[in-house]
Design a protein around this ligand. Structure first.
Ligand code: ZN
Ligand code: ZN
Length: 214
């Protein structure tokens, strides 16, 4: 897998610091599980974060604080831990752990023209979904009110800016208005997260937006 589009330093730093919404955490964790380069950069940010913690003045802790802390770590959802879990089909480990398996576990909802999506349950501050785009098909032309991360799991798509293949991540913000089109070959399956509803340009997708939940 040759990955050409990576996660920005800003996002990796926020992920390392634990300040991203759950939906973005899932996309970043999934890309990092596929990408040696981003895993190495993340390691550097984690080390810097640890050093900052080391330098801050020690405070007295109660005797049970270590146990309490370990309990909290145990309660974290699987996808936010960095333990290697097993891949399932085209789903890298962090995503497979969300679905308890591979793409066969996904309940797709049709969006028309063969395009399907599945909304993933994450915190309300951002939303995540899987998109299934048949070869040659387009996702409706849209702009963004916030930040959108799109990670390709299978196939590839092109938009006005570039081509995105397996493992590539597209980071789109308010300035981007694009029409992703799936390439010929296997259907394109993507994991996408947004922190605000998309702004569709065609009237019909806009009317449908409350029903399709994106
Ligand atoms: Zn990367
Ligand atoms: Zn977009």
């Amino acid at each position: 897998m040759t990955i050409r589009h990576h996660i920005s330093d800003q996002l990796l730093m926020a992920y390392s610091g634990g300040s991203l919404p759950e939906a973005f955490n899932l996309v970043v964790a999934t890309h990092v599980s596929l990408c040696d380069e981003c895993r190495a950069r993340l390691g550097a940010f984690d080390a810097v974060g640890g050093a900052v913690l080391d330098e801050t003045e020690a405070v007295a802790m109660s005797d049970d604080s270590l146990a309490a802390c370990l309990d909290r770590i145990d309660m974290l959802p699987q996808a936010t831990t960095r333990k290697p879990l097993k891949r399932a089909g085209v789903f890298p480990a962090p995503l497979a752990s969300y679905f308890g398996g591979g793409p066969e576990r996904v309940k797709w909802r049709p969006l028309g023209m063969g395009v399907k999506q599945a909304v993933i349950r994450t915190g309300r501050d951002a939303s995540a979904r899987l998109l299934y785009i048949p070869a040659g098909q387009a996702v409706p032309d849209h702009g963004h009110r916030g930040l959108e991360l799109t990670l390709v799991l299978q196939g590839a798509f092109r938009d006005e800016s570039d081509r995105f293949g397996p493992g590539d991540i597209e980071i789109a913000d308010e300035a981007v208005e694009h029409t992703p089109v799936a390439e010929q070959g296997p259907a394109c399956i993507c994991l996408a997260a947004t922190d605000a509803p998309l702004r569709f340009n065609a009237l019909i997708p806009r009317l449908a937006q409350p029903f399709i939940g994106i």
